[in-house]
Design a protein around this ligand. Structure first.
Ligand code: NDP
Length: 282
């Protein structure tokens, strides 16, 4: 079975659009981009387009490539204090002179729609998330939509980054999977991976996962966005070699990617609703 993230994201965006309309709220997202990296600019444009589609207002803050940490912090603080802004998204990666940790930690936790603030990650780990990072939360939505059983299943997450691997493991654990996290120092990696009923690869290496790493019938989630030697977009998983062995698999493109943006929209609406609950809505 091909897990069609594009279709799931379309469906979720339509539902979200209706919910936002019914709510009478006008959520607003601010994006912050530093420099002119074409890929980052493209992602930010896609996010603004998604906002427009579902009825979320959006503003974009663009800072020059050589902006200092202080300058970025100043922009974040202004957005923190702006009552019209519900969600703040810092487009990563930031240029090397900017202290990414300080910037992420400066975002007000109630506007942390990307879910990278230690407060958000701590709540996620405590089993009580408010904003989970969009990519792993989007993967949970795919699993849910396709009714892939999670409780009691053995999940293996390859990669331990803050944006994908770690929160993915926490979300699967919260959903009662038995979770293993693998990384570049893991011994007998293929053996660990072969034990997985649900295998999530967030490594960032083209066609890294071959059939010998996949248990027959496993659900394979490919987070990777890579380019092969021919410059062709591909995931971490050798799709053609693995698809007949897997029970279900996400393609690249059209799998995890579209879910990331849909989840960002959902998190932004959630931030707007939470603000209303706290009695601070205009
Ligand atoms: P990072 O580079 O932050 O993390 C990669 C992880 O893979 C690290 O934990 C690293 O281990 C591990 N790793 C590297 N090599 C190996 C190896 N040989 N064996 C086992 N583990 C290994 O990347 P991200 O988590 O941010 O992203 C991963 C991929 O997902 C990238 O391709 C990225 O573009 C994509 N991505 C896609 C998104 C989407 O929306 N579809 C969103 C975010 C990311 P160690 O910690 O030991 O170094």
């Amino acid at each position: 079975m091909i897990l069609d993230g594009k279709a799931v994201s379309e469906k979720r965006l339509e539902i979200l659009k209706e919910r936002i309309e019914e709510s009478g709220l006008y959520p607003r997202l601010a994006t912050v981009i530093v420099g002119a990296d074409p890929a980052s600019q493209m992602y930010v444009r896609m996010k603004h387009r998604a906002c427009e589609r579902v009825g979320i207002g959006s503003i974009g803050i663009e800072l020059p490539e050589d902006a200092s940490t202080e300058r970025v912090l100043e922009a974040v603080n202004r957005l923190n204090n702006d009552p019209d802004i519900n969600g703040i998204l810092i487009q990563l990666p930031l240029p090397p002179q900017v202290d990414t940790t300080r910037v992420i930690e400066a975002v007000a936790p109630d506007k942390d729609v990307d879910g990278f603030h230690p407060c958000s990650l701590g709540r996620l780990l405590a089993g009580n998330p408010v904003f989970a990072p969009c990519t792993p939360q989007g993967i949970m939505t795919i699993l849910e939509e396709y009714k892939i059983p999670i409780r009691g299943k053995r999940a293996v997450v390859v990669g331990r980054s803050i944006d994908v691997g770690r929160p993915m493991a926490a979300l699967l654990l919260n959903a009662d999977a038995t979770v293993t996290i693998c990384h570049s120092k893991t011994e007998n990696l293929a053996e660990e991976m072969r034990r997985a009923d649900i295998l999530v690869s967030a490594v960032g290496k083209a066609r890294f996962v071959g059939p010998e790493m996949v248990k027959e019938g496993a659900t394979v989630i490919d987070v990777g966005i890579n380019y092969d030697e021919q410059g062709k977009l591909c995931g971490d998983v050798d799709f053609d070699a693995v698809k007949d062995r897997a029970g279900a698999i996400t393609p690249v493109p059209g799998g995890v990617g579209p879910m990331t943006i849909a989840t960002l929209m959902e998190n932004t609406f959630r931030a707007a609703k939470l603000r209303t609950c706290n009695g601070t809505a205009r």
